[in-house]
Write a new protein. Structure first.
Length: 121
């Protein structure tokens, strides 16, 4: 997937996490969309646990609870593509969940790399 395509897909969604992720891409942050799909049911279980972990550790997040809720209520084939934006050199790491054909962002969440202040939903 091309950077501009992903920027456009993120622009179709409303919310701070989508804007922040789009801005990170525009600023030149690394990104990757992984090959193959993953069952949504597995991801909901994993990311509910990860959300609890970030909250109990006081790690700031963007859109984490909303992303898990969107995954849990996702319609369609029951699988998503995974992607990520950012890296160790960036302030935020973004996890992306896209439709199997990569035509729409199902959910996006951000995790603060500084591991500082209290988490926020």
């Amino acid at each position: 997937m091309e950077r501009d395509t992903l920027v456009t897909l993120l622009g179709a969604e409303a919310g701070d996490v989508y804007v922040a992720c789009r801005d990170a891409l525009r600023a030149g942050c690394d990104f990757q969309i992984f090959d193959g799909t993953v069952p949504i049911g597995n991801l909901v279980t994993i990311y509910r646990r990860r959300e609890r972990h970030t909250r109990t550790r006081g790690i700031r997040t963007l859109g984490f609870v909303q992303a898990v809720n969107r995954l849990a209520s996702a319609e369609g084939p029951g699988e998503v593509l995974l992607g990520q934006v950012g890296g160790t050199e960036t302030a935020w790491f973004f996890q992306l969940f896209l439709t199997p054909e990569g035509s729409r962002v199902v959910a996006c969440l951000g995790v603060d790399q500084a591991r500082g202040e209290a988490a926020r939903p």
